[in-house]
Design a protein around this ligand. Structure first.
Ligand code: KPL
Length: 310
């Protein structure tokens, strides 16, 4: 399978490195010229608990430079604010029966891609893998966990199963599943509970468990998310959402959430696709979400104070 990853930050870089190390035909597209140049000249280095893995996937800053590529699978790993643009740019590289996979955080990414390619060609899901972008050409593999992928519409098919198998063979255990919205909301609720709070407090994920006050804030934010999910008729993939979120925070204790990493690197966060999206869904469905509205405003104020344009 010819694979192109758009967005070679922490997660895109991790997937690219693992797929390339497994011998897959993988290329990356990223707007950060220094990162791309480093991958091209020195390779992409993945730091793991077992040592460094060095690979050299093809790397470009513009999708057009892969024009003749006819990819079988495009994986979108850009920040959610860039999803629509990434999907449009993928039109020039996706092969005639190729599909686009999103494992991004937040709501609405799969739907934005479906607007360009049609829902039948979209795979979506979640990953519990964790990674940090250390610098140009260098990624650190953090927490490990399962990746779940399914079709945006309809039950899993051979393509979906093959994509899951290729990822699994590359050391990213992946499962093909039917209930894509349940997966996406399941991850959304986790991000709602962890990301904004860790970014505001500059806490690692694990530190949320250390204080009664932060556990209570997680509980309040997550309770709203559970109510919005129920009003959307989405069944979450776990029974006790607060326990689940605190367990994920414990399992990824040393991680800096992606939102904290964004704030520390002076980049726009995914607040609009996470807590902000929940607030919008709450308004649409008549479910109050005051805690998430407050978290959204606080992160937006923080972005502005740091001169970050959303
Ligand atoms: O998905 C994550 C993120 O940081 O975006 C979690 C699960 C919170 C892990 O850090």
């Amino acid at each position: 399978m010819k694979i192109v990853i758009i967005g070679a930050g922490a997660m895109g870089g991790l997937f690219a490195a693992r797929l390339a190390a497994a011998g897959e035909d993988v290329s990356v597209v990223d707007v950060w010229a220094e990162h791309v140049e480093t991958i091209r000249t020195q390779g992409l280095i993945l730091e793991t608990g077992e040592g460094e893995v060095r690979t050299k996937p093809a790397a470009v800053t513009r999708v057009e430079d892969l024009a003749a590529c006819a990819a079988d699978l495009v994986i979108v790993f850009v920040k959610s604010g860039m999803t629509a643009a990434a999907a449009r740019s993928a039109q020039t590289i996706l092969g005639p029966v190729g599909r686009v996979l999103t494992l991004q955080n937040g709501l609405g990414n799969a739907e934005m891609i479906a607007e360009v390619f049609g829902a039948d060609r979209v795979l979506a899901g979640t990953t519990a893998q964790g990674a940090t972008l250390i610098g140009p050409g260098r990624i650190r593999h953090g927490g490990r966990g399962d990746t779940h992928i399914g079709r945006l519409t309809g039950p899993v098919d051979d393509f979906c199963r093959e994509a899951a198998m290729i990822l699994s063979r590359a050391g990213i255990p992946a499962i093909a599943e039917d209930a894509v919205q349940s997966l996406i909301w399941g991850k959304l609720v986790i991000n709602v509970g962890i990301n904004a709070l860790t970014a505001l407090l500059r806490f690692t994920n694990g530190q949320l468990n250390d204080h009664a006050e932060t556990r209570e804030l997680v509980k309040l934010a997550v309770a709203e998310a559970v109510q919005v999910a129920a009003a959307s008729d989405v069944r979450l993939p776990y029974d006790n959402a607060v326990e689940k979120v605190l367990a994920v925070a414990a399992a990824t204790a040393a991680n800096r959430s992606s939102m904290l990493q964004d704030i520390l690197r002076g980049r726009a966060t995914e607040i609009d696709a996470i807590n902000g999206a929940l607030v919008r869904e709450g308004v649409r469905l008549g479910v109050p979400t005051p805690v998430n509205a407050t978290l959204t405003l606080l992160i937006k104020a923080l972005e502005k104070q740091q001169g970050i344009c959303g």
